[in-house]
Design a protein around this ligand. Structure first.
Ligand SMILES: CC(C)(COP(=O)(O)OP(=O)(O)OC[C@H]1O[C@@H](n2cnc3c(N)ncnc32)[C@H](O)[C@@H]1OP(=O)(O)O)[C@@H](O)C(=O)NCCC(=O)NCCS
Length: 157
């Protein structure tokens, strides 16, 4: 089994939209997600098939925000989400980013970011319209210091 995390290519977009639709995150453009930049997007290729993707957006020379992340429901729990998140955090660190924000709604996803990447909750944000889980009407805003994350993982925390 070969898993590669690579920059997303234009030809990956139809498959990315299939994955977004499975997670009810395909409402793009919308007030929740006006656009996808594609510039800083990564896909997970399992034996050549795209089974996950994620992206990020630079907000200022020091701050960034994650944009979207979905892993194919058939492939969850295999460490693919971890590798995608690690890759985008490494790319942002290399871009000189210090502060990273992520909005998440599903309790399991919020737990994933806190447990594996050192995020802490910094606020709540009302959803503008249905997106992701229709039963959850707020985003939980999570924040992580990328330098601290990098130090901790090098120490093995
Ligand atoms: C969050 C998500 C990307 C994680 O991807 P993944 O490949 O399953 O993650 P990994 O295998 O690397 O890590 C699994 C961890 O995530 C947690 N997890 C979160 N949602 C999960 C799910 N639906 N199925 C399995 N594990 C899930 C597990 O509890 C596990 O934690 P543990 O290590 O403490 O056991 C994926 O569950 C997903 O696509 N969820 C729906 C979309 C979403 O919420 N995206 C985040 C938007 S901010």
């Amino acid at each position: 089994m070969s898993l590669l995390i690579e920059k997303a290519q234009p030809e990956d977009r139809p498959r990315v939209f299939e994955l977004l639709e499975q997670a009810n995150m395909h409402h793009i453009p919308s007030e929740e997600v006006p656009s996808v930049t594609w510039e800083n997007y990564f896909v997970a290729r399992l034996d050549g098939e795209v089974v996950g993707f994620c992206g990020y957006k630079i907000l200022s020379p020091t701050d960034a925000k994650t944009e979207l992340m979905v892993v194919d429901p058939k492939c969850r729990g295999l460490g693919i989400g971890f590798k995608l998140q690690e890759r985008r955090m490494e790319e942002m660190l290399a871009d000189g980013i210090h502060k990273l924000i992520t909005n998440a709604d599903l309790p399991a996803s919020i737990a994933f970011y806190k447990k594996h990447f050192g995020y802490r909750e910094v606020g709540k944000l009302d959803k503008v319209h249905e997106y992701s889980d229709p039963g959850i009407d707020q985003w939980t805003t999570l924040q992580v210091d990328l330098d601290q994350w990098d130090k901790n993982r090098k120490k093995g925390d």
